[in-house]
Each structure stands twice: as C-alpha cells, then as structure tokens.
Design a protein. Structure first.
Length: 257
C-alpha cells in the first residue's frame, strides 16, 4: 500500500514484477501441495495429542514417547476402548483422527515419490545433488528452494537473495529520526522461509561449525536468540544460491558443449 501511495502521490517508480516461466509454476504446484500435506499432518497430530491430554488419558510407561510405534499402538487400543481413558464420543473422534493420519501418511509417500521423480529430471538433477550435499538439506528442501527462487541467475549478490526471501531487517526512515532497523520484512515466499528454518534447526543441531557460529551470535544477543536463527537461515539461503547457481551454470555449459 505504501508503495502504491508513493507512486500516486510522489511519482515514485513501481518495482518490477517477474512472472516465473510456465514450467517453474507447474513444478511449484506439486512441491507446494507436498508442503500442505505436511502442514495437515502436523495439525492432525496436534489434535490427537490435545484429545488425549484433554481427556487425561494415562499413557503406560511401556508405550514410550509420542509417535513411537508402541505409543501409536496404544492410541489404537485407546480409540477402541480396549484400554481405559476415553468415553465413547472421544473414542469415535480419536478413531477419525487416526484414519486421517493414516491417509496423510499414504499421501505423503506418494508425493515423496513424485518429489524424487521431479528431482531426477534434467531440469533439477544437478542442482538438487549440489544442494542435498549440505547437512540438513533434503530433496524437499532443495526443490522448495529451486522452485520458489526460480531463475537463480537473476540475483546479483547475497543481499538480493536475502531481500527476496524476506530475511533482511526492515528500515524505518523519516526526516526526524535516523535510519533504524526493525524486524525482518517477511517479503517473498513464506514457504521458503519455513523450509529454511527447518533445515537450519537441523544444521545447528548436527553441524559443529554452524552451531559455533550460531552460538557466537547468541552470546552477542542473549535475549534475542531468534536473531541467530534468522542469521543462520539467511546464510544457508546464500550458500544454497551459490551452489544451485554453480550447478545450473555447469549444466548449461555441458549442454552447450
């Protein structure tokens, strides 16, 4: 809204809008529906856990933690009334949620096969191999990055990459105050930010170098640990951009030769 107001009132130029090519839009549809299935799975799991907690069902010690095979077997028994804990209405609700979860598991498997097939196409194979070589980056993360970013060659530097994803701080300027930085802009694809956050969490946990960098940022901002995660997300995005672009250029060179 502020951009349109500035254009109408002050004659400021409007930012250019790039429309992805048809193949990228088509691939993006498939990758996005896989992300949506993941969101639905998380929701159903949360509903199951809340139902169990709401009814104060006591989990046997031998069933272990949530979503272990033994815990899920206990859930099935709980839904059928084979173990105490739920009234008939709650049993029916739990049975429905268990069926929904089973359906989502099967659909996830189908879509994961589709993801593997897409990743193996000439359009993505080289870049996916380069990206998944990084710890914490799987096929889905690589495909989300490639389809949401589009043509990696259109970005000139890491600042443009961070700005496109919405991982740069907002700027508050006026004639009375100095330029002050605020929260990240959140512009661009929220799906890409989400998948980068998930990959970053894995990398911080399992990659020693990444953890050291993250810890160093946390020590500088002990009250704002999110700053370290955002910085790690932005750094990962830049690394993915470099690797993906190099793979695409190498592939184009090989085809041209």
């Amino acid at each position: 809204l502020a951009v349109v107001r500035g254009h109408v009132l002050a004659g400021n130029g409007l930012p250019a809008v790039r429309v992805p090519e048809p193949q990228t839009r088509e691939d993006r549809e498939l990758v996005r529906i896989r992300l949506d299935i993941g969101k639905k799975m998380t929701l159903v799991k949360t509903q199951i856990q809340m139902l169990v907690k709401r009814n104060a069902a006591v989990v046997p010690a031998e069933s272990g933690n949530s979503w272990t095979p033994s815990w899920e077997r206990w859930l099935v028994k709980l839904s059928k009334g084979e173990v105490p804990g739920l009234a008939r209405g709650a049993q029916g609700a739990l049975q429905s949620l268990i069926r929904q979860k089973a359906m989502l598991v099967q659909e996830t498997k189908r879509l994961d096969k589709a993801m593997d097939k897409l990743a193996g196409t000439p359009r993505y194979a080289a870049a996916v191999d380069a990206l998944t070589a990084l710890k914490g980056v799987g096929v889905l993360t690589a495909l989300v990055f490639l389809t949401e970013m589009g043509d990696l060659g259109r970005f000139k530097n890491r600042k443009q990459v961070g700005a496109f994803i919405g991982l740069v701080p907002s700027s508050n300027e006026s004639g009375e105050t100095e330029n002050r930085k605020g929260h990240i802009t959140h512009q661009g694809s929220w799906r890409l930010r989400k998948i980068l956050c998930q990959a970053t969490q894995v990398r911080v946990r399992w990659d020693r170098q990444e953890k050291q960098v993250c810890d160093r940022i946390i020590r500088k901002n002990p009250g704002h640990k999110k700053i370290a995660i955002v910085a790690s997300m932005r750094r990962l995005a830049v690394v993915l951009w470099h690797r993906g672009l190099a793979a695409q250029l190498q592939q184009a060179y090989a085809v041209g030769a």
